[in-house]
Structure formats: structure tokens, C-alpha cells
Design a binder for this molecule. Sequence first.
Ligand SMILES: [Zn+2]
Length: 498
Amino acid sequence: MWFEGAWPGTAAGRLGLSIGPVIRAVHAVDAGSARVLIEWRAVARLTFLGAARTVTGSKYLLEAGSARVLVDCGLFQGLRELRRRNWDPLPVDPASIHAVVLTHAHLDHSGYLPRLVAGGFRGRIFCTAGTQDLCQIILPDAGRLQEEDARQANKHGYTRHHPAVPLFTEADAYRALAQLQPVGYERPLRIARGIDLEFINAGHLLGSAFVRLRLEADGGGDILFGGDLGRYARPILPDPSPVEQADVLLLEATYGDRTHPPDDDGEELAEVIRSTVEQGGKLVVPAFAVGRVEEVLFWIRRLEGQRRIPMLPVFLDSPMATEALRYYVKRRRELDPDQQRDDPPTARFRAVSSREESKAVTQSASPCIIVSSSGMATGGRVLHHLKAVLPDPKNTVLFVGYQAAGTRGRSLVDGAAEVKIHGQMIPVRARVAKIDSMSAHADASEIQRWLGGFRTPPRRTFLVHGEPEPLAALERAIASRLGWAVQVPEHLASVELP
Ligand SMILES: [Zn+2]
């Protein structure tokens, strides 16, 4: 309660009373005549701190009453202008955030956590148990890579910064992990004053979820953060769970303008493998260490089993992917029902552990399949393999996931004649192929299928996590098919809800 100006009754004064998040103040504007003015305030405010008109850096700040919750805490990746944002201070003091919630463990949704914690965030980070498992391998690895890249840049002098420093370290990553708090699917939980959380399976990655935040305040309603939307009828992961209602929806648009090719029962992959072997070449598959690797290995094993490809040495050259596979085996009950009958995919493949062994695989000339990360060829051991195979036309490099603008992967699929790796220009003479059907993101028709589950349209729908063209295409498609009004927020836009 507060008072401004002269005492009521003697002259116009302001007597105020805070009464919760909906009504900010009741003012006795003129106490003599008891004129009362009620000031309304929006129930909540949502600020888009990332993944607005781009596909990385997912971060959404929800402020409701006195509570501040950050949904997703991802790294910007790809173009330099985007990566630079990782170094800018957040427009909100990390220490003032009460809780973080993660939709899933991919770096573009979790990779800023070490920096947030180093910046003073001390609250809990709510996630599913599967996300906690995967973060335990993804985040320390990202810290090590950051440190290694800074070291390499300083050693070889290919940096504009003197000295180059890591965005965060492995130790920062471990500090962030200590704040993770696992929560089961579909188990609502109060996470901050007036805000309840529920995770719903999104079918995009082990542990992936839609995040429903329910606001207790009158007229508060609920907000569904779609995270990344999975696909229907794929091996490994279950279908995305249907959702019938949300007052506010945040929906990804990664493939909002595309339809994935129909399921070809692995034939495209079989063709790539057969033609590479016929030429006596090596096949390098850059794959996100967590997520795509499981599907690639599933198909290789299946094609071998059906004798549609020759048996080849298959190397999994990513310690992180090897570790992630263990969690997929451990949490098979959360995967597609088919997976619960099959043998775990770990038996057939050779996991490359040491750097020496990795070098030996790089140097060997005999035909083989090498699955290695990172998936967009932005770092990791796959770079050594690419350096070795790209100059020779008998080899093939096969991309199986989304390639963000500005990444080496994107340059290669766009037909670059040479790419820079470790400061060296490498000519591209190998075949570069791309299979879209293994994407973990719903395409335009799958997004529509999922939206078809809503019984009533959300009061507001925001399209996020997409580049401009897919965003515009999805906006048009939703307007014409469903008649929903859709907004495409700008980076750092802030809106009042509902
Ligand atoms: Zn993802």
C-alpha cells in the first residue's frame, strides 16, 4: 500500500494498493470526492530473447506477477552476427530469473545455460529426466569444444580476438548441471510464484517436451511452448503427443515451407552407400551427436539386415554420440514402441574412443562408413574426416539434418567449391548428398496435422524457430487453413499476454 501527495480528504492525493498481477493499483485520485481509478495490467509479459526469425538461440522470458521464468536457454549458432549475440549481455539480469525450463537438450535450446549460471543465475533448471541425461553429455562437451577452439585459434593465429577466449568452459557447464531438476512427463508442478509447469512428449529427441506453463492469476490461462516438434511414424522416437488446448502457443517453423520426401524405406541412403562403395570411397555422415546418430545407425543396420547394402566397417567417431546411445538404450520405454522389441543398436558398430584411433580411421583408405559430429560440420571430429575426404571425388559426404545458414554444412549442401577448415581452404571434389527424410523436425504437413488436434484456436499464436521464408509460408498456411491470427515476433520483441 502506498500514498502520494496530500492526505486524502484535504486535497487530491494518490492512495494505492497492490492487488496482484491483474490489477496493479487502485488509485484514490481525488480522495475528497472518492473518485477511484483502477489501473489494469496485463497478466504476463513474454519477451523473445532468441529463435525469433532464426532457428537458434531459443530463449523466451515469461514475467508474470513477481515471477520471472526463462523457457529454453539456447546458444545462437551459424552466422557470425548470430553467434555474436551469445557474447552480448542478456537484457535481463540472470540473478533475477527464478527458474529456467528446458524443452530439450539440443544446444540451440540448452547451450547458453553455462553462461547464464556464470552470469549469476542461481535458480533451478527444470527438465525431463531424458533431457537431464543428455545435457550431462552435451554441455560439458560444448564447454570443452569452446576451450579447444579458443586454444587452437590462439595457437594458429586464426582469430580476430587477442587472445581468443571461450564463451564458457567445461567447469561452467558442470556448475549449470548441478542446478538441473528432473520432472516427469505430465506431472504438473509449481515452479515459481503463480506458475505451474507441465511437460508433454514432443517426439523430437529423447526427453523432448512441449512446455505448458499455467498462470494462476485470474485470466492467466496457459502458454504452450512448442520447442521443436517431432514427426509421425518414424523409427526411434514416438509421435508428438496431441495437444487440444492452449491460450497462447509458440510454434516452431523450421520446415514451415517444406514437405519432407515420403518415407522411402531407406532407399536413398542405400543408394548413397552402394555408389560410394562401388567407387571404393568412404562415406562420412556428419550427424548431431545426439538425435540423428540413432536413426542413421538404425537404417544402416536395417539395410544390412535386408542385404540391400554390403557389410562395411561402420565407425561411430563421436564419444558423445556413443554415450548418448547408452541413454537411448536405458530409456527405451520412452521411445517408439518398435524400439522396445528390437535389439539395442549398439552391438554392430565400432565406437572410436581415442584421438589416435580417430586419426587411424581418417588416414585409412579402405571403404567404410564414418558417422561423426557435429551435424552441421561446425566443429568436432568430423572436421578431420572432412578435410581428408572432401578433396577426393570417390568419397561421399552425406548430410542428414538441418543445415543452418552460415554453417560449413550449409555451404557444402549449397555446392561450395571449397570450404575453410581449421584456417585452411579445402577443395570440395567429393560427392555431397543430403537426405531430408531423416529430419527430426515436423514438416509443413506434419505441423498442420499436429495443429489439427486443437479443439479451440489459441487466443494468440507466435511463430518462432524458423528462417524468414518458412515463417512466412507457415503464417500463410495457418491463416488460410485454420483462420488463426498468427504473429511472427522480432528478436527482443516483448508482448503483453494474453
Ligand atoms: Zn532440437
